[in-house]
Ligand binder design. Structure first.
Ligand code: CUA
Length: 339
């Protein structure tokens, strides 16, 4: 049994360490977390193998012989064995807890020159506020190699702020502020997901995180401060609208073919121009769409709830961004109608 257990443990550990468990390492925290995970695997596999070896051995060795129907012999406890199987797991678990605590304490330590980002989670989108820069955004953009301190809030229910590439995950809890720290160290685009079941749109509560070089980030922040990324001269208004649609998280709740959005929490936007035309004897379609973005409960499409959509897009988006978005949404469905 012992020999079998040792051989199986070695094979199991080797297989586990071969598997590529983790996404890209996008932050300095990732390395320590991945090592911690590997250590847990190395400790867990022999425990699993030991339990399974003893269980399988007992099932085979002590099985009922054909025709045997009586009870087995009554066996009382074995004090020596019980002391051993309580003490060893206690030592293993305690050691791992201390190791885990040391790693967590280290990766969450306060660092100099931290960038503060207020994160707000709500059904079903994330928004970001950079208090030091006085900038707001529906997109998370971070400079590479600068420590970030996230202060996390929730407006309605529990959410969980998680960027797998950074490894750190933190609950967003209504009424309190939670914190986490990362230092992104690799330029790239990563996924931000909500890791706490928060309602019908939970699975679509995903946004992109862009980690960019410092100077590019400065430009971006400057742009946010001055009033947003309105389409520049010559820029394709459809592409600009689509970018706002996606970076604002509209795709988390609405269906829109042009943006590959398929969510059904809110009304389908492919038919938007038609809905706008049908409403109350033809209210100006543009005003209607603008109103729906800024003040969602003002007019609610049959079958949907007016308080599902966040009411703060008027603050999060600049007037120019809203113009671009309205034009984009109406332009699309009118083109489709014309075909
Ligand atoms: Cu927010 Cu799940």
């Amino acid at each position: 049994m012992l020999l079998l257990g040792i051989v199986a443990s070695v094979i199991g550990v080797l297989i586990c360490l071969q598997i590529d468990w983790f996404p890209t390492q996008g932050a300095t925290q990732a390395d320590q977390i991945d090592t911690l995970y590997d250590v847990l695997l190395i400790v867990s596999v022999p425990v699993f193998v030991l339990v399974m070896t003893v269980a399988i051995y007992c099932v085979i060795a002590f099985r009922a012989k054909p025709g045997e129907t009586g009870d087995g012999a009554h066996i009382h406890g074995n004090t020596k064995l019980e002391v051993v199987w309580v003490t060893i797991p206690f030592i293993i678990v305690t050691a791992l807890a201390i190791y885990g605590w040391i790693v967590l304490d280290d990766i969450e330590a306060k660092k100099p020159n931290e960038l503060v980002v207020n994160v707000t989670g709500e059904q079903f989108t994330w928004s970001f506020d950079y208090p030091q820069e006085k900038a707001k955004s529906n997109e998370l953009v971070l400079p590479v190699d600068r420590p970030v301190h996230f202060k996390i809030h929730a407006k309605d229910v529990l959410h969980s702020f998680w960027v797998p590439a950074f490894r750190m995950k933190q609950d967003a809890v209504p009424g309190i502020e939670t914190n986490t720290r990362v230092t992104p160290n690799k330029v790239g685009t990563y996924e931000l997901v909500c890791a706490e079941l928060c309602g019908i749109g939970h699975a679509t509560m995903r946004q992109e995180v862009r980690v960019v070089p410092e100077d590019e980030w400065e430009d971006w922040v400057q742009e946010r401060r001055e009033g947003g990324a309105a389409p520049e001269e010559g820029e394709d208004p459809i592409a600009a609208g689509r970018e706002i649609f996606i970076s604002s998280g509209c795709n988390a709740c609405h269906t829109l073919d042009d943006a590959d959005a398929t969510a059904a929490v809110g009304p389908d936007l492919n038919e938007l121009a038609q809905v706008a035309e049908d409403r109350e004897g033809g209210t100006n379609a543009e005003d209607y769409v603008r109103e729906s973005i800024v003040d969602p409960p003002a007019f609610v499409v049959d079958g949907y709830s007016g308080d599902t959509m966040p009411g703060n897009y008027g603050d999060q988006l600049t007037a120019e961004e809203i113009d671009t978005l309205v034009e984009y949404l109406l332009g699309l469905s009118q083109t489709e109608k014309g075909e």
